[in-house]
Write a protein that binds this ligand. Structure first.
Ligand code: SF4
Length: 268
């Protein structure tokens, strides 16, 4: 047993190995992959607990039994950690192929009273935002990917009508800036400038030109970082900007967040 210090980047297999070796947790250049040269230079298999927990059932029941569960492209079950404006936040094991609506309405107890679904994130902080029209998609990697996102880590966040997507984007960018290991320039500098601009935008102080700069920064990060953390630090922001462009533009020069102002006006 070896305790980590909680760095998000140590979810990347080679950073995890560095951390196990007592080094600073940073991704290694691949190849060689860990299966060839991993912990202390030896061939190493790195899997998460969810994957390993499937093994006894596959050994006991056979591969054909496991393959018959779920869909052709997404086999078995997965854990979905659900949060947001829902009645029963929690972690649910779902048969892959089940509609997202069933997870939301039956397991999570639906949206909170009086709330409607504005958007959701199907696979953790890295993944692109999806809209109410996507809630009937099955929990299937390919189908969710075709809709422009991913089941990723299986962490679902359901957001209501009063959620400001600029605010959510800003919080996610702050997380990635904090968790960037600093090894490569596009991620280290990109997340810093992304965060600066998102804060300015959220305060209603950014200009339309700065919104274009944000887009530019993200496109210069995506695909140019040393590991996926830097790439994915742009995915939610850019997908939210595309799906809720009016909301982003309404922040420019408004002096405040227009979404929160509208929600407060309805309460008053
Ligand atoms: S992308 Fe970010 S987390 Fe990954 S190596 Fe570069 S600085 Fe580190």
């Amino acid at each position: 047993m070896h305790g980590g210090a909680g760095a998000y980047i140590c979810g990347e297999e080679t950073a995890l190995i560095d951390s196990l070796e007592g080094l600073r947790g940073q991704p290694r250049l691949k190849p060689p992959f860990p299966a060839v040269k991993g912990l202390y230079g030896q061939p190493t298999v790195v899997n998460n607990v969810e994957t390993l927990s499937n093994l006894p059932h596959i050994v006991n029941n056979g591969g054909a039994w496991f393959k018959a569960l779920g869909t052709e492209s997404s086999t078995g079950t997965r854990l979905f950690c659900c949060s947001g404006h829902i009645n029963r936040p929690g972690t649910y094991e779902m048969l892959l192929g089940t509609p997202i609506r069933e997870l939301l309405e039956e397991e999570c107890g639906g949206m909170l009273a009086g709330d409607t679904l504005k958007a959701f994130q199907p696979g953790g902080g890295s993944m692109q935002v999806l809209l109410p029209e996507h809630v009937d998609l099955p929990l299937d990697m390919n189908e969710v990917q075709k809709a422009g996102s991913s089941l990723g880590a299986g962490a679902m966040i359901f957001m209501n009508q009063d959620t400001c997507l600029v605010d959510v984007s800003m919080r996610l960018v702050d997380f990635y800036q904090h968790e960037s290991c600093g090894k490569c320039v596009p991620c280290r500098e990109g997340t810093y400038f992304e965060s600066q601009l998102m804060h300015k935008l959220e305060r209603g102080e950014a200009t339309s030109a700065e919104l274009a700069t944000l887009s530019d920064i993200c496109s210069n990060m995506d695909g140019r970082c040393f590991c996926p953390l830097g790439d994915t630090a742009t995915w939610f922001v850019m997908s939210a900007y595309k799906a809720f462009r009016d909301e982003f533009e309404a922040h420019c020069g408004a002096g405040r967040c227009p979404v929160k102002a509208r929600a407060l006006a309805q309460v008053a």
